[in-house]
Ligand binder design. Structure first.
Ligand code: DX5
Ligand code: ZN
Length: 227
């Protein structure tokens, strides 16, 4: 399974967002992870659809992966889809009909992702695995970049990987987000994650491309030695 690396725009320089989107694309990363926060589901505000549209404008070929940390993501699916989101992720803890909203995201021709917070058990997402294209296991409490990786979340990655295999979905996308760096990324890959979101670790690099290549390679080796 290919390891994919997604820089999180939350760690970009907000005074130079367009430049940092272009920089992330030029690094050879697989997609741009855009964190949307509503100051209700999490105690912070971040981006709206205009930032998704900006990334489509300045880097049209760079896949746009939108993580909605919102209590009512159902009210905002269309604006984000119209702005160019290609994957939309909603939280299983959100206050909406998860089955219906995953279906609606797919119905718009997008990939549907489901996210679970550190305190949410893996079996909370099991009922939805047929209706989503990927699961994101948060490895920090959502709301802010730059926090430390919560390694206790990794058994959930392994449990979800086993469940996906049992459902006959080999290669199912499982992602981790929060505190990912050169040390924790390979741990997540060994646990069964194939997509890694990394914000502060990647954006602080003077050579983001080298860091993306190294992280991908280290994760690949970690998967091989875990087998
Ligand atoms: C946290 C966000 C993350 C965040 C990760 O609420 O969902 O995507 O940007 O940032 P780092 O990699 O700095 O922990
Ligand atoms: Zn995120």
């Amino acid at each position: 399974m290919q390891i994919q690396i997604l820089p999180s725009l939350l760690a970009a320089d907000f005074g130079r967002l367009a430049d940092d989107i272009v920089r992330a694309e030029a690094s050879g990363a697989d997609a741009l992870h855009i964190d949307v926060m509503d100051a209700h589901f999490v105690p912070n505000l971040s981006f709206g659809p205009d930032v998704v549209a900006l990334s489509r404008k300045v880097a049209p070929g760079f896949y746009r992966h939108v993580h909605l940390m919102m209590t009512r993501p159902d009210l905002y699916l269309e604006p984000f889809a119209n702005a160019g989101a290609q994957t939309i992720q909603i939280h299983v803890e959100a206050d909406c009909d998860i089955h219906a909203e995953l279906k609606r995201i797919r119905g718009m021709g997008l990939r549907a992702g489901l996210v679970l917070n550190p305190e949410t058990p893996s079996d909370a997402v099991f009922p939805y695995m047929k209706e989503c294209d990927e699961i994101l296991v948060m490895t920090v409490h959502p709301g802010y970049g730059g926090q430390s990786f919560i390694a206790e979340c990794l058994p959930k990655v392994t449990a979800i990987r086993r469940r996906a295999d049992a459902l006959g979905r080999a290669g199912f996308d499982i992602m981790v987000d929060g505190g990912v760096n050169g040390e924790t990324g390979p741990q997540a890959a060994a646990a069964g994650a194939n997509q890694l979101v990394a914000g502060s670790y990647l954006f602080k690099q003077s050579d983001m491309a080298a860091a993306v290549r190294a992280l991908r390679a280290d994760c690949g080796r970690s998967v091989a030695s875990a087998k």
